[in-house]
Design a protein around this ligand. Structure first.
Ligand code: ADP
Ligand code: MG
Length: 215
């Protein structure tokens, strides 16, 4: 008999294919923030997770949104908001790595500073997951080039940086356009005052998990 420790990915309700993929990627044990957030996140709870940069926050929300996703339904089911294009590209790569190869999950990035035309054409072809910056995602919602009626998971990544960049109002506006029945996950490296204020606008009884930096 194998005894699974609380940091084994196998202790989570993930599909055998996902667990096999994690082994292939060399992810042997959950990082502390993953172990603190994934059990509740995979039960559908709203989470505010704080841990320093490099602690594996992306996989914590990526595994959750992928678990909530139906690959056979070709509609946007997850929306990840990031502060910058560079970070949105990194998140997109990690989500693609964690997605089961045979599910053909389509991830689209929508960031400012990139011509709209190409994004409009891409969106016409559909997507399962959108990763983008708040201002540009709001633009697409206003143009109705992005529909969120099938979405079930909203992620705010690097929420502290998004607040520093003045995205508070755009984030609130985007969240208001998402279906009420959804899971919201907020990830941040620090916990400034604005985070609780932001969460209070649209999160439902969030569980707050913090992993303190080791000295
Ligand atoms: P953060 O968003 O907290 O700054 P990332 O999600 O970018 O951190 O993760 C940092 C690095 O750790 C990435 O290269 C990622 O692939 C790797 N990583 C994440 N989770 C694990 C894990 N459980 N085991 C091994 N490596 C991991
Ligand atoms: Mg990150």
């Amino acid at each position: 008999m194998t005894v699974s420790s609380p940091t084994d990915f196998a202790s989570l309700p993930l599909s055998p294919a996902t667990l096999a993929n994690l082994v292939t990627l060399g992810y042997q044990q959950m990082t502390p923030i993953q172990a603190a957030s994934l059990p509740a996140a995979l039960l559908g709870k709203d989470i505010i997770a704080q841990a320093k940069t490099g602690s594996g926050k992306t996989a914590a929300f990526a595994l959750t949104l992928l678990a909530n996703l139906n690959p056979r339904r070709f509609a946007v089911q997850s929306l990840v908001l990031c502060p910058t294009r560079e970070l949105a590209d990194q998140v997109t790569l990690e989500v693609r790595r964690l997605a089961r190869a045979d599910d053909n999950i389509k991830v689209v990035t929508l960031c400012g500073g990139v011509p709209l035309r190409g994004q409009l054409a891409t969106l016409e072809h559909g997507a399962h997951i959108v990763v983008g910056t708040p201002g540009r995602v709001m633009d697409h919602l206003e143009r109705q080039s992005l529909q969120l009626d099938a979405m079930n998971t909203l992620v705010l990544d690097e929420a502290d940086r998004m607040l520093d960049m003045g995205f508070f109002d755009d984030i609130v506006k985007v969240a208001r356009q998402c279906p009420k029945e959804r899971q919201t996950l907020l990830f941040s490296a620090t916990y400034p005052e604005g985070i609780a204020k932001l969460a209070a606008q649209f999160m439902r009884e969030p569980l707050t998990v913090t992993v303190e930096a080791q000295h």
